[in-house]
Structure formats: C-alpha cells, structure tokens
Design a protein around this ligand. Sequence first.
Ligand code: GLN
Length: 473
Amino acid sequence: MIDLINITIKKAHDSLVKGEYTAVELARAYLDQIKKFDKDIHAYLSVFDDAIEQAKKADEIIKSGKAGMLTGIPIAVKDNILIKDKIATSASKILENYVATYDATVIEKLKNEGVVFLGKTNMDEFAMGGSTENSAYGPTKNPHDLERVPGGSSGGSAASIAGNMALVALGSDTGGSIRQPASFCGIVGLKPTYGAVSRYGVMAMGSSLDQIGPFGKTVEDAEILFDVIKGQDKMDSTSIERPKLKVESKKLKIGVPRDFLKIGGIDKDIIINFEESLEKLKKLDHEIVDIELPNLKYSLAVYYVIVPAEVSSNMARYDGMRYGKRVSGSTGIEDYFLSRQAGLGREVKRRIILGTYVLSSGYYDAYYNKANIVREIIKEDYKKAFKKVDVIATPTAPNVAFKIGEKIDDPLQMYLEDIFTVPINLAGVPAISIPSGTKKIGAKDLPMGIQFIADYGREDKLFFIGKNFLGEL
Ligand code: GLN
C-alpha cells in the first residue's frame, strides 16, 4: 500500500527511482482513490482514461535513469487550463464537450517532465466565484466536511489533494482562487507574481490579474511545481524571467496591517488563530511589526469594477459561433443571444452586465478609470511597506469553509470573502496560503490558513517562511 496521506513529490520520486513502486502503481493508487471517494466529493470534472498509459511512459523514463523530480508524479489540473485533445469546459455549459486544440505553456512544461495528468478539476464557471457552487456541473464538497464548500474558484484542485486524489495540482488565481481553497482545504497554495508564470492556454478571466499557480500538501511541493512552470514565454507578453533569489537572512521582518484586520465580518476564531500564528513566528525568531496599508480597504470595490470590466471583454468570444454550445434562432444575432443565454450561468452573466455598464460611455471615467487610479494607490501602499518588511501576514480568508448554499444567493456576501486575497492580485505581488490550524464545528475540524505576501519576484521568501512555519526546514 502506498501511503497517499504523507506522500510528497520527493518521497514519491525516491520510491519511484528506487523501484519501491512504479509510476503505474502510483497512478493506480490515485485512480482507485478517485473511484472510491470522488462520487461524494466531485473534485473532478473528467478523469483521463490514458492516465495509466502516461504512467507507463514515465516508468520507461525512470528505467532509463533519466527521471526528473516530477517524472511519474500524478497531478490534477483546473478545467480552465488547456491540455491538448482533452475536454476543457471551465465548468461552463457553453464549453460542454469542447476539446482543447493545444497545450497551455504550463502543461507543455509539465509534459516535458513526464508528469501523469489524472484529470481536470471542478471550479466556479470561468473562475468566477469562491465556492465552486457556480460550476454548471454541480459543486465540489470539502473533504473535511461534505456539507461545506472547498472554496473556489479552484475548489476541485484543492479538494483533489485534500481528499488524497492527486499529489499536487494546478489552479488559477485572479482574486484568491488558489489561496482561499487552499485555506479551506488545509493545504498550501501559491499565487505567483503577476507575469512569473505564462498565462498562455488558461482561459482568461481578468487578464491583468490572472496567474496560474501550484497546490500541494507541503510548501516544498508547491515550490518544486512552481520552479517548473515559471518563466518567460513568447506566447504571453506579460510573462517575464526573474532571477531565482535566495533569502538573505533567516530572521525575517513580518509586517501586520493591524487596521486592515479590524474591518468587520472576520470570524473571531480566525483572528485568534492568526494571533497564535504570529506568536509562533516570534518563537521562530522572526520580528513582527505593525504596518499600514491604508488604502487596502478600497480593494474589493476596485476589484469588483476591474474584474467585471475585463470579464465582459474576455467573455465576448463565447458567442456560440467559434466554439462550444450554439443555439440557433432566426438571425445570426439571435443565435448569439440565445447561445449566451443558454450557455452561461448567473454569476458570469452578472459580471458581463456589470462590466459592460462600468465600461460604457459616461460611466467609464466614474468607475473604470477611477478603479485603475485607486489600484495604483494600492500598489504604492505595498511598495512602501516592502521598504520596511520582508513579508506581510494576514489571515487568508475571514471565515472557515461555509456551508453549501449558505452564501450563493447573496453575491455581496460571497464577494466579501475575498477581502484578504484580492489586494494582492491588484498589486501583482506573490502570496502563499499555509495551513495554520483548525476550528472545531460539531465533530468536524475545519482548516484555517495564514497568508504571507512578498514583494515582486520574492517567492523565495514565501517558501522560506512557509516551510519554517510548517516545520519543513
Ligand atoms: N472569488 C474571487 C472572484 O469571484 C476570485 C476568483 C478567482 O481568483 N478566480 O472573483
């Protein structure tokens, strides 16, 4: 029996190379697990029937002595990231049965390493949401409590790992979609610096904010995956190469935006857990200092103008003509309306309508331009803070995983859940969510997370502090 609970990339790699088990056996162990548990959890939208074939190829590479760290490692991929010849729906009806015609750059890189793709994971439709309840194919359940959401939008990827149905996974993060599900599911999730990872082949949501990133049970796993997928790509003009840096000191200065934590709506147990985490960091010899990020309170307002604006533009391509679902009417323009009406869900429509409004003439300056100006001011807040501190710490989410159905009819309540994660995407800096403990509700232990934020290109500091916090060093 392979121990899927305590497995890491390095442990699996060692076992594969030593011949303790084969990549086929490892893939089979995960597929069995998926068969047993995914009918309840619904982390996957599709499971690949060629997973064993891929594992056989990995075994050949391992036998030839040419295995890299990721050869034979089973991985789950969010359904908005394209894998050639595989269905990619982004959890939308409008792309039901749509088959990708090319590999995303991150996928190409992982294929070169000989990973084993297990399948595509559930998400909020086109990554809009924070619970996976906006999936057109039904929600994913949190493996820690099946009555609760796994977070979102990359909820399927997070649940696949928490449910031991994948070793690592890829997600995308526009305003928290990797970090918040990582926090709700008790795992590690990284939102890289904007531009660190190519966005080529991920379905665009908010192009100025989107980043692909890794999930893992350990910081080291997230780091290994990040190191492989990152890098400049000629297919994404916003991607850049940054030098791999190493933390200069083992004693970090950690900034805490105290005022920002006083905004209402944060569960008191989250605050208590956060304070305990800070104590732990002090004991690890780090210095905790108060900082001010005075304009972060405008982040949600800014985010929910910029995102719908970009969404309304990015979604225009789903018109029933080029790909996906087509509903025919009596004229071409009617086809267009009917296809979008039938193919897109409520949240996506809501954002298209809001976005079209904020970009319309007469409102463009009042909303869209103003939001962009405030975005610059938020960036300045971080710039100033990172002159004084190495990393900033906040909780990842204001609450533990909520119940399925609890917030879905109140979009504003759902948007408030993003309070700690969206400012990071607005600024473009990297952030990681690290498991920080659990809160008992009834018989269930629900995970909580601490978020560390660093300056552009300083993922190394996030990996260092994350490992230190989790005792991985
Ligand atoms: N929950 C946020 C939203 O609905 C973040 C989504 C994301 O990061 N893709 O926009």
